[in-house]
Design a protein around this ligand. Structure first.
Ligand code: NI
Length: 169
């Protein structure tokens, strides 16, 4: 099932999510739906709050279906190590049409649980590191625009308010 993507302005995006505690068939179905919804929206990462579900769960595939091994399920992810700095344009499915350069760590190690609840660690660089940080932020109620200057963030928020008024958001 393809879920509609929740957009900026919905409070679910700005509150911390609840830990995943049950690793059952329902979770597997939800994760399958999250991958489907992410691909339908042309994204490389999706966090559960973005489909209105306040759970510490995210999916990532920075290869966009090219490499099945690149499909990652992150339940209860934690950033355990960061290194270096890297600046790149970043966007978010919940803030469509906007992109801004964001400086983040270049190399990131994450610890998370897989679909069966097994704990694993994974280190990513550049785009994958960025995806780990961006999706973990989502689960803490944080969006990439929170990493921008207050001025840039206000400009984006003002544009979004206009789109909301026009019924285009
Ligand atoms: Ni996002």
């Amino acid at each position: 099932m393809i879920y509609p993507i929740v957009k900026f302005g919905n409070p679910v995006l700005e509150k911390p999510s609840e830990p995943v505690t049950v690793f059952d068939d329902e979770l597997k179905k939800l994760v399958a739906d999250m991958f489907e919804s992410m691909y339908a929206a042309h994204g490389v990462g999706l966090a559960a709050p973005q489909i209105g579900i306040s759970k510490r769960l995210a999916v990532v595939d920075i290869t966009f279906k090219e490499d099945p091994e690149a499909k990652l399920v992150l339940a209860n992810p934690e950033i355990i190590h960061t290194e270096g700095r890297h600046t790149q344009n970043e966007g978010c499915l919940s803030i469509p049409e906007f992109r801004e350069p964001v400086t983040r760590a270049r190399k990131v190690t994450i610890r998370a649980q897989d679909l069966n609840g097994n704990v694993f660690e994974r280190t990513g660089e550049e785009l994958l590191a960025r995806a780990f940080l961006h999706e973990t932020d989502h689960l803490n109620g944080k969006l990439y625009i929170h990493h921008l200057s207050a001025l840039k963030r206000d400009i984006i928020k003002r544009k979004i308010r206009k789109l909301v008024k026009a019924g285009e958001w």
